[in-house]
Ligand binder design. Structure first.
Ligand SMILES: *Cc1c(COP(=O)(O)O)cnc(C)c1O
Length: 399
């Protein structure tokens, strides 16, 4: 960790993040190239349209797309991508959004893709003034349902790639694109957390949206890549609904630097370091009563493994969620990946660790598990109470 940690000055605690690239924790560790580039950018003036043109070339180089556009977040990128398909380069239509009543304004999305990444993905569509048309059921969708949902008003179809989506019985991307393209409907892919910057465009997607602040280690931003016409229409949204989602010079330069650094990043070295962290945890947990630790691959095929820690509360004397809560309440707080916690397991994600933090995580796990084994009663808050307490806690801000 950097020695000039600003957190003590702000009264903020240190956090050890083993949950992944979580926006709620500040997303990721920015790469030094992005930090340096932003530092050197902030005091200067730029011709912003020329700077956007520069970023477009950087995005094109990395993704293989014709052009690219930087906006505030992947979330903004999806709204802007939808808007672009509706307005094209029509400046008046751009100013009239979110009134899209005179435009093609229906966006198809598989019901199993209508997830929350912290906010509902379909709201991003409505924000542009478009209407959401769900396709199929949450647990299944078929090509005929997609084809039958296309009308004269269909402006685009949105495909979400995420560990949150229902991962079985869904129309695969290749078929999704074939069905849509047969009817001239452009496909937008939400690839917020995906490492592969080319795959979805190679498969024929028209616009692909990534987060700049997740695996890329850039500043908070969204990257839209695609055809020149559609990307121009994205850029032009900054004269309309994109204005409130715009990025400044430092973000454009910072995310461009992160993209360039991605090309030369030591991916194999990082993988080896992450593997070493997983091994530390596997060893620390070996033989602990009621604990089963398994290395599992990333559900969307990113080159990233995590440790799945399953807890049998009768033997460990604590539930998975109580353990996660204790880890988070400790000093330093250790935040685990807990989106499936009611199943009695959490994950440890090694992709956002500073050097040596894997050992602190191991120590805290051992400490809490050892404490629990001495407990007469199983430490078990009913899961219903946990959910309701979390819901209430949302409203606690600012005090
Ligand atoms: C994180 C995420 C988003 C939102 O990304 P931001 O860049 O933080 O707006 C959207 N979709 C998916 C699938 C995500 O994982």
């Amino acid at each position: 960790m950097s020695t000039d940690d600003i957190r003590p000055e702000l009264g903020m605690r240190q956090i050890i993040n083993v949950s992944g690239t979580m926006t709620s924790l500040g997303a990721s560790i920015a790469v030094p190239q992005a930090i340096d580039a932003m530092h050197r950018t902030l005091p200067q003036f730029f011709d912003m349209s020329a700077l956007h043109r520069y970023a477009s070339r950087v995005i094109a180089d990395l993704t293989g797309a014709e052009a690219g556009f930087v906006t505030a977040s992947c979330a903004s990128g999806i709204t802007i991508a939808v808007a672009a398909t509706m307005t094209g380069p029509d400046l008046l239509a751009i100013e009239r959004l979110p009134d899209a009543s005179a435009l093609k304004n229906e966006v198809l999305i598989l019901s199993g893709h209508m997830v929350s990444y912290g906010a509902p993905v379909e709201q991003l569509v409505r924000l542009a003034g478009a209407k959401v048309v769900p396709v199929g059921q949450a647990t299944s969708s078929s090509a005929y349902q997609l084809a039958g949902s296309i009308t004269e008003s269909t402006t685009a179809a949105l495909f979400v790639v995420s560990h949150h989506v229902v991962d079985y019985a869904q129309v695969p991307l290749k078929t999704f694109i074939e069905v849509c393209h047969a009817r001239g409907v452009p496909v937008i892919v939400d690839a917020a957390s995906e490492y592969d910057l080319r795959l979805f465009l190679d498969q024929g997607a028209d616009l692909v949206v990534y987060s700049g602040h997740k695996f890329l280690g850039g500043p908070t931003s969204g990257i839209v890549a695609g055809s020149k016409d559609l990307i121009r229409a994205c850029y032009l949204q900054n004269r309309g609904i994109g204005r409130g989602m715009k990025v400044g010079k430092e973000t454009i330069v910072g995310v461009s630097a992160a993209l360039t650094a991605w090309k030369t990043r030591d991916h194999a070295g990082i993988r080896a370091r992450e593997r070493a962290a997983l091994d530390v945890w596997v060893n620390a947990l070996a033989g602990r009563p009621g604990v089963t630790a398994t290395i599992v691959p990333d559900p969307t095929d990113n080159p990233l493994d995590r440790l799945k820690v399953a807890i049998n509360p009768d033997e460990a004397r604590i539930t998975a969620w109580n353990l996660a809560t204790r880890l988070a309440a400790g000093d330093p707080p250790v935040i685990v990946r807990d989106h499936e916690i009611e199943h009695g397991h959490f994950f440890l994600d090694p992709c956002n660790l500073h050097p040596q933090q894997e050992h602190a995580v191991a120590s805290r796990l051992i400490e809490e598990l050892a404490k629990a084994t001495l407990s007469n009663d199983v430490i078990a808050t009913p899961i219903e109470e946990v959910w309701l307490a979390r819901e209430r806690a949302v409203l606690d801000w600012p005090d």
